[in-house]
Design a protein around this ligand. Structure first.
Ligand code: AHG
Ligand code: MN
Ligand code: MN
Length: 357
């Protein structure tokens, strides 16, 4: 009897994997959750996937379509020039989530205030926070860009429509992730049960599971930072970069898109940093829709993320578009950067104690 027991062939196992779509994966992960929570999250992730497919479709033909490349002529709330793809992608997320029935509010890098979808609010208790195009300087030169997202549950009624309940730490994220538009389109997400990546199969129009339970190596060769800002950094960051310049085993990699740089580090290890600068003392990256979602992933993958003095996941913002310095990646590499920050702090304190300026 045992001899004739059915053993799935390699082909059957490969087919099982090919059938693991994003929404099926979310449902599998939430088998012990309440059915309504599982349905909501599967639906929300399905909508994020749809937004990713729409943006990927437009990017894949960007050089051939009118109104796709270049700037709009507007400046956003960050004081940055808006690209046509920023605007398009921002609108993609709005349209997609209008039809979700589940999302009442959207917060985006491209919108000064929260965007409300009143028809969803009686039932939709979720808020989507997103960076529609991360690394938008790469769009016009056909290099990798991404979208970053986080989902939080609304707390209270938000009667004043000020979204004050969003000004909380990263543990309030119930899902986070990104879509990387590179040679293939890859979606990486976590709902607090590990980090998983999916690749868009254009022939199926589906995100199919490519890797489950990704773990960041504890150390890696990559250091990823815009060294053009060296002159603007605090001495501790300069000391770290001098250290890597003088030791074997490091490789500089910086693409101009956080999502792409983080993705490399997620798989190969290393550290990405965007410190404060003279011109931007809090750095460039925004907490709620850039740093905190990636910190959620880093933590879930066994890595670390800090401002240099505080875990990103513990940081309490005071405004929607708050910026923070970011050091993120492998635990050992993040610890090496922070050791320089601590050493610098000690030196300053010692000098102050000795009455030396
Ligand atoms: P965005 O395109 O959403 O404004 O983000 C760009 C960010 C990030 O993706 C990247 O790491 C960094 O800005 C690049 O900035 P610099 O050009 O200052 O290095
Ligand atoms: Mn960005
Ligand atoms: Mn952006």
């Amino acid at each position: 009897m045992a001899d004739s027991a059915y053993q799935p062939s390699e082909q059957a196992l490969a087919l099982d994997r090919d059938c693991t779509t994003l929404s099926r994966h979310v449902l599998q992960q939430l088998q012990t959750a309440s059915p309504s929570e599982a349905q909501d999250l599967a639906a929300l992730m399905g909508r994020v996937g749809l937004a990713g497919k729409l943006i990927a479709r437009r990017l894949s033909r960007a050089g051939l379509m009118a109104n796709t490349l270049g700037f709009t002529g507007e400046t956003n709330v960050q004081g940055e020039e808006v690209k046509k793809m920023d605007l398009y992608s921002n609108e993609v997320f709005i349209s997609v989530f209008k039809q979700s029935g589940l999302v009442c509010r959207l917060a985006s890098e491209e919108m000064e205030d929260l965007y409300y979808i009143p028809e969803n609010c009686p039932i939709g208790r979720y808020t989507l926070l997103y960076d529609p195009i991360d690394g938008s300087s790469n769009v016009d030169v056909n290099l990798n860009v991404g979208s970053i997202f986080a989902i939080r549950q609304q707390e209270g009624n938000d009667e004043a429509q000020d979204g004050v309940d969003l000004l909380q730490d990263g543990s309030k994220q119930i899902a986070a992730g990104y879509i990387l538009y590179g040679p293939s389109t890859v979606l990486v997400y976590s709902i607090g049960k590990g980090v998983h990546s999916f690749t868009l199969d254009p022939s199926l129009g589906e995100f199919i599971l490519s890797e489950e339970n990704i773990q960041i190596p504890t150390h890696g060769p990559v250091y990823s930072v815009n060294e053009g800002n060296f002159w603007q950094w605090e001495e501790s960051y300069r000391d770290y970069v001098r250290y890597v310049h003088r030791h074997e085993g490091y490789s500089g990699r910086y693409s101009g898109a956080l999502v792409g740089d983080f993705h490399r580090i997620l798989f190969q290890g290393g550290v990405f940093m965007y410190p404060g600068t003279v011109k931007k003392p809090e750095g460039k990256l925004r907490l709620l829709y850039e740093s905190a979602p990636l910190a959620f992933l880093a933590e879930q993958a066994g890595g670390a993320a800090t401002t240099g003095t505080q875990d990103i996941m513990d940081f309490m913002p005071t405004e929607l578009h708050q910026r923070t310095p970011l050091i993120i990646g492998s635990t050992e590499d993040v610890a090496l950067v922070t050791s320089f920050i601590e050493e610098q702090k000690r030196m300053v304190e010692d000098r102050a104690a000795a009455g030396v300026n």
